[in-house]
Design a protein around this ligand. Sequence first.
Ligand code: ADP
Ligand code: MG
Length: 215
Amino acid sequence: MGLLITTEDFIEYIKLAAHRIAGEKDYVTKLDAATGDGDHWVNMNSGFSAIVNAEEKLKTMPIDEALEVIGMIMMNKIGGSSGILYGGAYLAAGMKMKGCETLDEKGLYLFLVTMVEDMMQRGNARPGFKTMIDALYPAVEAYRSALDQKKDIKTLFSFVKNAAKIGAESTRNMEAVKGRASYMAEKGVGHLDPGAVTMYFQIEALCDYFEARID
Ligand code: ADP
Ligand code: MG
């Protein structure tokens, strides 16, 4: 295994995720209109566009600082529940990684695990509540088990991506416990959770981008 992620690499991943989200306006808006208030795509797209616009400034920072600045941008620009959850999670990850210039495969794991733990605590949510956590949590579990089993990095990323995909898909049959869908009579059953879907897009972009950089 030999993953080395600089801030510049991380921004390239963000650009890919931003592009993926930008291309799914109608789909994500429709999902959030069915179980929420329809703004999730606008929220996420504004946040990711703002990070991409801050590229030049971010690139000069070590990864710990960049994650904190990304967290602040997310907090300010995403809005809604997602803004607080993503903003808080990136800030927590930046703090956890204090003193880190770059990330290796364990550092990337630490970033993801810190993110999911912070989101669960902040949102008072667990897997199975029909939220973005249902895509992130299984991805983090798959990452952990691939590290434990000393899988090669390409296999690791394919496991992580697949776990996030299955996790997002699993929200279709869940009854929402948190978020706007939990106020609906049928608790959103039959609909995918929009936050889980955009989380999957990010994990997919992350895996695709970093996997392509391994020879
Ligand atoms: P809002 O619900 O405030 O309009 P968004 O539309 O941007 O915010 O985000 C909705 C998504 O946020 C949901 O699809 C769900 O994945 C996630 N979400 C909402 N509440 C929580 C929570 N308490 N914990 C984790 N995720 C949550
Ligand atoms: Mg919404």
